[in-house]
Ligand binder design. Structure first.
Ligand code: SF4
Ligand code: SF4
Length: 383
């Protein structure tokens, strides 16, 4: 149901009072949490502003145009606006549906937008890579059989083509002697299709993934990428029942540590670090504190939080493929976030999302190492 007056969220569009709380951290005007608003400074680019554009469309006052696409795409889908809006308006649904409305009329934000969707439809992944190029289970040294398996490792498209990006996770799995399997030709979770405006494709991809995972009879799915976690846990609810429990790798660490299967060194070199909340883990799923609990178990680590952290965290810039779709917004956001991280005095920035890691690495941070939680945990494993 694209931008319909009958949609569940439609009445929100008429009760928004333009209080602008969706742009800042709980009314503190100096603490802007919406990257799009911070970048351009106009309310129309905020979550609430996009709601007004949607209202104009419903009333027939706004027509599909490149200008509307510009507003709809100038967004990282970071969820800060929805989290901060006092009545909790479903602004993420509004932005997604705005994009779907445009795409269904053949209007894309850019050539890159169209290309990413074509890649998804034709190759089943955003990168346009041949599915055969996915890393094989054999190369990972993992099974593809569900028998005696405690979890399915869902690699996601970001890590599924590059074994080097999974080294720490594989080390942790070996240390915990975990019986983990992977899908031989893992499908995309569909999150990109939903975020870029193709609900039909998302539905197709989600149905396929639900069927594949349910057929295994395995109790748990462990995801590497928080975008996959969020899709499997939240977005699949409207598509069908996914039987296994879904947890992100950071949550699984904690389980393995609590069960005594992962032992971390108590004595470790001192490290002063700060932490980047993943928008999907912290805001979409409200599971951000789990990673912090893992960090507490790491000897020698001193965590200094950034001013904007937890559910008020500023996005890394990579949300909703910001780097590819709105490069100037990505550059602004990642640089601002790296400045904030450097301001804590920390020498390391810890991430739980491969997209955050890629975004920060690409912006070439000075005097600051960007490291994943998995790499940190793997480096602290007791022999
Ligand atoms: S915070 Fe909510 S009610 Fe206030 S302007 Fe934003 S969308 Fe409207
Ligand atoms: S999702 Fe993030 S970038 Fe998009 S409007 Fe909301 S706060 Fe701004």
């Amino acid at each position: 149901m694209v931008l319909s007056r009958d949609a569940d969220y439609a009445h929100y569009l008429y009760t928004c009072n333009r209080c602008r709380s969706c742009t800042t951290n709980r009314g503190r005007a100096s603490v802007i949490v919406c990257p799009s608003y911070a970048h351009l400074g106009y309310f129309s680019y905020s979550g609430g502003g996009k709601g007004y554009v949607a209202q104009g469309i419903l009333e027939g006052k706004v027509k599909a145009s490149p200008e509307v696409a510009e507003v709809a795409m100038h967004c990282l889908l970071c969820h800060a606006c929805q989290t901060m809006c006092p009545p909790g308006f479903e602004l993420i649904t509004v932005v997604r549906q705005l994009r779907e409305w445009l795409v269904s009329r053949g209007i894309y934000g850019s050539l890159a937008h169209r290309q990413l969707l074509d890649n998804l439809r034709n190759c089943g992944n955003m990168w346009g890579l041949a599915p055969l190029k996915r890393i094989s289970a054999k190369k990972l040294g993992l099974s593809t059989r569900p028998r005696n398996t405690e979890a399915v490792l869902f690699l996601g498209c970001h890590c599924g083509f590059k074994k080097s990006s999974l080294e720490s996770e594989l080390k942790i799995i070996a240390a915990a002697r975990a019986k983990v399997m992977v899908l031989e030709d893992e499908p995309c979770c569909g999150n990109p299709a939903l975020e870029l405006g193709d609900q039909g494709l998302f539905q197709e991809m989600a149905e396929k993934t639900i069927k594949r995972l349910n057929a295994l009879g395995v109790e748990k799915v462990v995801t590497i990428c928080p975008h996959c976690t969020s899709a499997l846990v939240n977005d699949y609810l409207e598509i069908g029942e996914l039987e296994p429990e879904v947890v992100h790798f950071s949550e699984w660490f904690l389980e393995l540590i609590d069960e005594g299967r992962l032992k971390l060194a108590k004595q470790a070199p001192k490290l002063i670090a700060t932490f980047q909340d993943s928008c999907h883990l912290t805001r979409y799923l409200e599971r951000g504190d789990v990673a912090r609990e893992v960090l507490q178990q790491i000897g020698g680590l001193e965590l200094i939080e950034m001013n904007r952290s937890g559910d008020a965290a500023f996005c890394c810039g990579a949300g909703s493929w910001g780097e590819e779709l709105v490069p100037e917004l990505w550059r602004f956001t990642v640089r601002e976030r790296l400045r904030e991280a450097a301001g804590t005095g920390a020498s390391a920035l810890i991430v739980t999302c491969p997209y955050c890691e890629r975004s920060f690495q690409k912006a070439r941070p000075k005097k600051m190492e960007v490291t994943s939680l998995a790499r940190l945990v793997a480096s602290q494993l007791k022999d």
